[in-house]
Design a protein around this ligand. Structure first.
Ligand code: DX5
Ligand code: ZN
Length: 259
């Protein structure tokens, strides 16, 4: 599963890249449809031992790290911003998948790109000018993602599907780790998958929230390429390596027994 080097990178000759904009770093993720892979979310990591936790995820073969930036407005919680992203960047060469839960994220984009993000995802609900924000992300040399809250229909991002590298389906209301998976995300993943071309380049489909060994196979079967997992990876029950292995095993077992 994880670590199919370079196979899926749609960024090299992506449409929409603006002349003169920096070229995005290659991303060693499987091509959309060839995964899935698990991205640990640092939101559930022990921030007092951040370096140790990042290294544990890397040693366990994580395909990348998911970083949740919250502003206390778009979501009722605050986390961290560019200085912490830059610190994580110094700790690892893993792809950094930055999820901005921030109102009017445009102003933050240059600092997030400068901090070393590989993928920057903005919410379709967070700005009236999401198309412009996505163009800005690519112009800054990053992959552009668009996210949908649970209450937002898949059709809200349909006009943007040719302009993005990733679509993030929230399977909880964003703001906190450890919430229960909302099954409505499965229908949304299937609806998005049906909107995307059957062959040729297409964005990765990512799911975020409540992913554990029970829900990960469901999300994968519904079309998710990237499975974000916070509390199922970083917890007191088992080491990061064992938790990641359990998630991968659950997905692999379910895929091999699927009719
Ligand atoms: C929630 C964040 C998620 C969070 C997921 O708003 O976007 O990335 O870390 O945590 P779990 O996997 O515990 O639901
Ligand atoms: Zn997230």
């Amino acid at each position: 599963m994880d670590g199919t080097a370079g196979a899926g990178d749609p960024g090299d000759d992506r449409e929409g890249a603006q002349a003169g904009s920096p070229v995005a770093r290659p991303l060693a993720w499987p091509a959309p449809g060839a995964g899935p892979v698990v991205l640990p979310s640092l939101l559930s990591a022990d921030f007092a031992r951040l370096a140790e936790q990042v290294r544990a995820a890397e040693a366990a073969g994580a395909a990348g790290l998911h970083l949740d930036v919250m502003d206390g407005h778009f979501v009722p919680n605050l986390t961290f911003g560019p200085p912490i992203i830059a610190a994580v960047r110094r700790l690892t060469s893993l792809p950094l998948d930055v999820h901005l839960m921030v109102e009017l994220p445009e102003a933050l984009l240059p600092a997030v790109a400068e901090a070393g993000a590989d993928v920057v995802t903005v919410h379709v609900e967070a700005t009236p000018h999401v198309h412009r924000a996505l163009q800005m992300i690519r112009a800054l040399g990053c992959r552009a993602g668009v996210a949908l809250n649970p209450g937002t229909p898949a059709t809200a991002v349909e006009p943007l599907l040719a302009e993005v590298d990733l679509v993030l389906v929230m399977s909880v209301n964003p703001g906190f780790a450890g919430q229960a998976f909302l099954p409505l995300a499965l229908d949304k993943l299937r609806a998005l998958r049906a909107m995307l071309p059957a062959a040729g380049p297409r964005p990765w489909l990512e799911v975020d929230g409540g992913i554990d060994p029970k829900t990960a196979p469901l999300a994968a079967a519904a079309g998710a390429d990237l499975l974000v997992a916070g509390s199922a990876v970083f917890n007191q029950r088992a080491p990061v390596e064992a938790n990641l292995a359990r998630l991968r095993q659950a997905v692999a077992t379910s895929a091999s027994t699927r009719p």
